[in-house]
Design a protein around this ligand. Structure first.
Ligand SMILES: Nc1ncnc2c1ncn2[C@@H]1O[C@H](COP(=O)(O)OP(=O)(O)O)[C@@H](O)[C@H]1O
Ligand SMILES: [Mg+2]
Length: 285
């Protein structure tokens, strides 16, 4: 029984800029993702999040002496098991338009399982189940280009689910969506993790999205700068600001109030918690 769905050990990675210049992006990253966990990865633009994501399903593989990445115990350098790795670690990218390949929604969702050589009756079932899970079943006969960004991204997620992955890795899946699209995707992510027990790695630069995770990792200058529950990480407001990131809005408000002498505690994450703390404070005063 393998507990860790993803195991990244001392991962180093550099882009070769030209003949004799290397740009070191990942400087010894260690990450373990447990089965059923919802992990958020934060970091400012250019901090190496997508580079890391590409290592998690063997788009990039570590060079000799640059650490290792395992998916369900399989080393990503094992070329013979590449399809298995890609099936187990499904990826969702930023731009939904780049991920949809077919002209009909259900054909799109069927694309990956068809390539895996799965039987037609099983494919039919998987496609229907996946579309129901992301609440897009009623759109199964539609053309993707009539859908909103959030709907397209949900179809892309269904396409990954139809492969029956062990973990779904999302690289800024809401970055190109409007607020309602973002809400749709985050509701889908929560449902997948809580109801379907799917292991999720969510790469994001939205703090309120990261606040929903079980655990948050903050990457800075190619290293893991902070790691812990959202409450542990976001309570370090000044540290997070120093590395050019924000904290969730409610945390920010509580932080500013504390600077004005109104102490609501340092572990506020949500608007509801902030309201409760303010009301409790008023009562106490
Ligand atoms: N193909 C590439 N060649 C050279 N440098 C790259 C390449 N792709 C990304 N980079 C650089 O690597 C750094 C990390 O990129 P990336 O992993 O995309 O960061 P993030 O996803 O956190 O914004 C950035 O400085 C970026 O400019
Ligand atoms: Mg990126």
């Amino acid at each position: 029984m393998i507990d860790d769905i993803i195991e990244v050990k001392d991962l180093h990675f550099s882009y070769r800029v030209d003949e004799d210049t290397q740009l070191e992006i990942l400087k010894g990253i260690n990450i373990n993702v447990k089965k059923g966990e919802f992990l958020a990865v934060l970091g400012h633009n250019g901090s190496g999040k997508s580079t890391l994501a590409k290592h998690l399903n063997a788009i990039f593989t570590p060079e000799e002496g640059c650490g290792s990445v395992k998916v369900c115990g399989i080393d990503t350098r094992d070329e013979e098991r590449l399809y298995e790795i890609r099936q187990k670690a499904g990826m969702v990218f930023q731009n939904p338009d780049n991920q949809l390949v077919a002209t009909i929604v259900e054909e799109d969702v069927a694309f990956a399982p068809e390539n895996l050589g799965i039987e037609p009756s099983e494919i039919r079932k998987r496609v229907d189940d996946a579309l129901k899970t992301v609440n897009m079943y009623e759109f199964k006969d539609k053309a993707p280009h009539y859908l909103s960004g959030g709907q397209k991204q949900r179809v892309a997620i269904a396409g990954v689910l139809a492969m029956k992955p062990e973990v779904i890795i999302m690289d800024e899946p809401t970055a190109m969506l409007d607020p309602s699209g973002r809400r749709e995707i985050m509701a889908t992510v929560k449902k997948l993790n809580k109801d379907e027990k799917m292991t999720v790695v969510l790469i994001t630069h939205y703090m309120d999205e990261a606040a929903l995770a079980d655990r948050v990792i903050v990457i800075n200058s190619g290293e893991i700068e902070l790691c812990g529950t959202p409450r542990e990480v976001f309570s370090q407001v000044e540290h997070i600001k120093e590395i050019g990131l924000d904290v969730p809005q409610a945390t920010e408000l509580a932080y500013r109030l504390s600077k004005e002498g109104i102490d609501l505690g340092s572990d506020i994450l949500t608007v509801d918690e902030c309201v409760d703390a303010i009301l409790a404070k008023r009562k106490a005063d």
